[in-house]
Design a protein around this ligand. Sequence first.
Ligand SMILES: Nc1ncnc2c1ncn2[C@@H]1O[C@H](COP(=O)(O)OP(=O)(O)OP(=O)(O)O)[C@@H](O)[C@H]1O
Ligand SMILES: [Mg+2]
Length: 461
Amino acid sequence: MKRTVLVVDDETNMQRVMRMILEGAGHEVMVADSAEAALPSLQNPNLDVILTDLKMPGMGGEELVRRSRRERPDVPVIIVTAHGTIASAVTSVRDGAADYLTKPFEPEQLEIAVLNAIKLRDILRENETLRAAVSQSLSGRQLVGNGPAARKLMEEIRRVAPYKTGVLISGESGTGKELVARTVHELSPRREHPWVAINCSAIPHDLMESELFGYVKGAFTGATQNRLGRLEQAQGGTLFLDEIGDLDPGLQAKLLRVIQEREYSPVGSNQVRTVDVRFIAASNRDLKDLVREGKFREDLYYRLDVYSIVVPPLRERLEDIPLLAQTFLQQLAADTGKDVKGFAPAALEVLNRHAWPGNVRELRNTVERSLLSAHGEWIDAADLPNAIAGATAHAGTDGLALEGSGDLDTWLAEVERRAIQQALAQTNGVQAHAAKKLGITERSLWHRIKKLGIQINRVVS
Ligand SMILES: Nc1ncnc2c1ncn2[C@@H]1O[C@H](COP(=O)(O)OP(=O)(O)OP(=O)(O)O)[C@@H](O)[C@H]1O
Ligand SMILES: [Mg+2]
């Protein structure tokens, strides 16, 4: 691959010699006869290496080293100097030059110095890419929390991560179950292998089997070719079964077989395949209840629940709110390019007082909406969405003083509003589910939402 080398020297003779050697070695050569003249080339994205003399009229090579370290830390600089200036060359190497060469030199010495510098440069660039990837992966995926509950959670994750053990994660909607599962995978020896997630409640029952196990050509109308299932895609890695409580009873039996025997057959095939997959399951309903109700196989429950992690609701770890809110703010502000620094004390106080029925997801959503309405450098209580800023204490009737709200009807309407808002937040705005939670029909819920002018927020994550 052709490399671009910038030669900086005030002697035309020297320029000519270096150009000849470097072009002979197959490089692209640019020449500048002073440090000043070299500066514009620092902006050249193709620049790979700089060779510079130290003693030149004007700015001099030492300053060029410092400038290039600042502006182009990814481009190595080689000092080319006469015997008399070796002390300054050493200083420049301390300032960040990659190497130095004394005049006169053999052509091979120059070539080798350039090749070494290019090698170094490639390593530097690779590091840069890596750092960017890491900070990106951290930006959306790191479990945040500094309170005792968060620390205990992290400890449980660390304890189980290294093994192939099944893990069952339970907790209310929006508490971070998927993130916990993902963290188990990232901290496990399987991290280099696939992470595959499948949501058992989002896929219609009759499609679930082929989604999970794949199918062979001709298995059913429309199966015009073989298709791999998620299980096969997760080979060597981790399969995350989200909302496992919604898995159809027939498939529960098939899943049990995979977990026990590590064997399965694609839809429409008798061929037995083996898999090496770690299973992590999550549910926001208590699976034990489902077992008791006869809706979930007890044997499968015990297979999945080898190790159990309960993710606590946000209202039980209010101490994490400031850090979570600040982290989300930084991530989201970076996305929108807004320069918002943090939360004003009054806003933080409101966040701390809210009950967070939608848990961390609701908090993230709140931060996102506050960011949109924020004008200054700090998010104020007035920038928070009404549903948060307007409510006091824990949703429900505690803290709702009758005296303050006038008559009984107003008070009842407020109670009704909070109950509905809470149910909607817990069900991520799905009215059918919220109605069920409230024990009313969907139609009745719809009427009440209109009457009370409640806004519905669905969070897509
Ligand atoms: N401790 C945490 N630190 C940082 N982000 C978090 C944390 N917990 C949750 N989140 C974020 O909150 C959102 C909801 O988390 P997640 O999807 O994992 O919840 P869940 O429990 O799987 O919810 P559901 O039951 O609705 O599927 C995601 O954007 C997630 O990244
Ligand atoms: Mg989830």
